[in-house]
Design a binder for this molecule. Structure first.
Ligand SMILES: Cc1cc2nc3c(=O)[nH]c(=O)nc-3n(C[C@H](O)[C@H](O)[C@H](O)COP(=O)(O)OP(=O)(O)OC[C@H]3O[C@@H](n4cnc5c(N)ncnc54)[C@H](O)[C@@H]3O)c2cc1C
Length: 185
């Protein structure tokens, strides 16, 4: 599919399955359990995706370097309190996202149920990556709006994170179902 906002280095296509016949020896799992198995793979995918969101730490590294180098009013902009507020908020978002991601991966590695932890990590990390990318452009000022600066690509790439592998709304429904024991979907 052409014309994506981000993830331009990865091809995206649609797969349609219609009337497919699978020989018995090729069936993965048990018959009738496909949907459950497919959904269970999403839990693992959500941890990977949260880890991908944490990789937006690059946006903080770039912003730190730029803020130390860029001078306005006779000072590096890193010395301005409001620029430091952006940097501190980015750091906080990234650290929290990292820890939630590690916890979900740790529970999976121990063989424990981790659906809730994977959803918490995916929801927080993907929303955090968008906040971080937004702030990175803010720190770069007008230059951040140009593709020449990597933060512009990070901003575009962050946007998909709250959509695939279950949208943020869907993660909230999963978390809500765990908390209440009642499914809203
Ligand atoms: C670049 C890209 C790559 C992708 N890769 C894959 C892939 O590898 N494999 C794959 O299977 N899919 C993939 N997708 C599809 C992606 O997972 C879906 O786009 C995503 O799950 C949202 O589904 P939808 O687009 O049908 O949106 P919709 O379901 O139409 O949702 C639209 C809006 O309504 C909200 N909504 C929907 N249902 C509810 C509900 N019950 N309660 C509350 N809110 C709701 C959603 O959260 C969203 O905000 C990819 C999409 C993109 C853009």
């Amino acid at each position: 599919m052409k014309g994506k906002l981000g993830l331009k280095a990865a091809d995206t296509g649609m797969v349609f399955l219609d009337g497919v016949r699978v020989p018995k020896g090729r069936v993965l799992g048990r018959e009738g359990e496909g949907f459950r198995i497919a959904l269970s793979t999403l839990d693992t995918g959500r941890i990977s995706l949260a880890a991908g969101a944490v990789a937006h730490a690059t946006a903080l590294d770039l912003s730190l370097a730029y803020a130390k180098e860029r001078r306005q009013f006779g000072k590096p902009i890193a010395q301005f309190q409001l620029v430091q507020e952006h940097l501190a908020a980015m750091k906080l978002d990234l650290e929290a996202a990292r820890l939630l991601t590690y916890r979900a991966a740790w529970k999976k590695a121990k063989g424990e149920a981790y659906t809730l932890e994977a959803s918490l990590a995916k929801l927080f990390a993907s929303e955090a990556a968008n906040r971080v990318a937004y702030r990175a452009i803010q720190v770069h000022g007008g230059y951040g709006f140009f593709e020449e600066y990597e933060v512009a690509r990070l901003y575009r790439d962050a946007r998909i994170l709250t959509l695939y592998e279950g949208t943020s709304e869907v993660q909230k429904l999963i978390i809500g179902a765990h908390l209440t024991g009642m499914r809203a979907f």
